[in-house]
Design a protein around this ligand. Structure first.
Ligand code: FMN
Length: 264
């Protein structure tokens, strides 16, 4: 999955080729996109025409995939973890995706997902083959949110406490899994993930951006779930044993603790 993480970018311009039934099957059959929070996500393919789905930034595909999950304090992080696994598998199969949380007629997507009272649909994504050339709108959007840039390694990852930057050299066998966190997609590319490494354990915190705080549809907690997913998949691929736990070590007062991985 490290290759998929490196190759992925948001795709908003598609080339109109349809995704075969066989490929759709392959995306959902025999794969459980589970997450360490233990809250299952149900995926559904949706047709834009049939359900009146509108996403003004996407062109060239009618196919979308939505995910729904039981409401829970950990639902957004759990959803981020599971849906990102889907995104990376789609990438591996040559398909493009883009996380959609805002630029869509959300009510139509939620209706199409047939949400029960206790369920939510945090995000959806179009699905299709990336076009050779991005639309003018997509190009402008990427420039405006600096979508190709990420914060430096030393601004995201810390050594023992929340104020000592961690270098790649010092990160040692954690350098690759942490670099994969750094490459993760995030809402408006705000990159809220911060990781403090202490005694072989990576503590994941959320550093909130102004105006993006909490609520039921918590985009930055979805970002945290995506980061945990990248870390765990990359750690496994690097032959590390990463054990998930939730136990706030209280290392940072101005950030929200989410979860940790004890790595061996
Ligand atoms: C939780 C979440 C919500 C997002 N919502 C939208 C959205 O509503 N519309 C959109 O065009 N992109 C959306 N994005 C995509 C981000 O803008 C994109 O991931 C980021 O700019 C980094 O670019 P990249 O994915 O090409 O690396 C979202 C991403 C995440 C993780």
């Amino acid at each position: 999955m490290i290759n998929a993480i490196k190759a992925r970018r948001s795709v908003r311009t598609y080339d109109a080729r349809t995704v075969s039934d066989q490929l759709r099957q392959q995306l959902l059959a025999d794969v459980s996109y589970d997450n360490p929070f233990g809250i299952p996500v149900e995926f559904r393919f949706l047709n834009a025409k049939e359900h009146g789905l509108v996403c003004p930034v996407v062109t060239g595909t009618e196919l979308y995939v939505g995910g729904k999950i039981q409401k829970d304090p950990s639902a957004c992080a759990a959803f981020g973890y599971s849906f990102e696994q889907f995104v990376l598998r789609a990438q591996d199969l040559g398909l493009g995706t883009v996380w959609l949380g805002g630029t869509m007629n959300r009510a139509a997507y939620e209706k199409a997902m047939e949400l029960a009272e206790d369920e939510m649909m945090p995000c959806a994504s179009p699905l299709g083959y990336p076009a050779q050339k991005m639309s003018v709108r997509e190009n402008m959007m990427r420039k405006a949110i600096k979508a190709d840039k990420r914060l430096p390694f030393e601004s995201l990852f810390f050594d023992g406490d929340a104020s000592t930057p961690l270098s790649r050299e010092k990160a040692d066998n954690l350098a690759v899994p942490l670099e994969m966190v750094r490459l993760a997609p995030s809402a408006v590319n705000k990159q809220p993930w911060r990781v403090i490494v202490k005694d072989g354990t990576t503590q994941f915190y959320c550093k909130r951006s102004k105006g993006m705080g909490g609520g039921d549809l918590d985009m930055q907690m979805i970002d945290m779930g995506i980061a945990l997913c990248h870390f765990a998949l990359a750690a496994r691929e690097c032959g590390l044993d990463a054990e998930f736990l939730q136990n706030d070590p209280g290392l940072a007062e101005d950030m929200e603790y989410v979860a940790s991985y004890r790595v061996q």
